[in-house]
Write a protein of this length. Structure first.
Length: 84
């Protein structure tokens, strides 16, 4: 819960917990199941990446945030226009 404090839980609808399986959620059971599939695919890609390059490092936080916030948030610039 501390990791989600002050954040929109629907913006990142999954969390990994040490010593436990992942938790996923969504607005509907169908969307939660889709989020579980997406998380599994991300884990699969991460596993293959580590197999190809064990010395791989994470991208810088600024680059990660740039890609995240261009799709999410008040000033998103990616994707379809929001309908209000």
């Amino acid at each position: 819960m501390e990791a989600l404090k002050g954040r929109d839980p629907m913006a990142i609808p999954a969390i990994l917990v040490a010593g436990h399986g992942p938790f996923v959620w969504g607005a509907t059971p169908k969307s939660a199941a889709l989020n579980a599939l997406i998380l599994e695919e991300c884990a699969r890609m991460a596993w293959f990446t580590r197999q190809l390059n064990p010395d791989i490092t994470a991208i810088p936080d600024a680059l990660r945030d740039r890609h995240f916030f261009r799709k999410h948030g008040n000033s998103a610039t990616y994707g379809q226009e929001k309908v209000v």
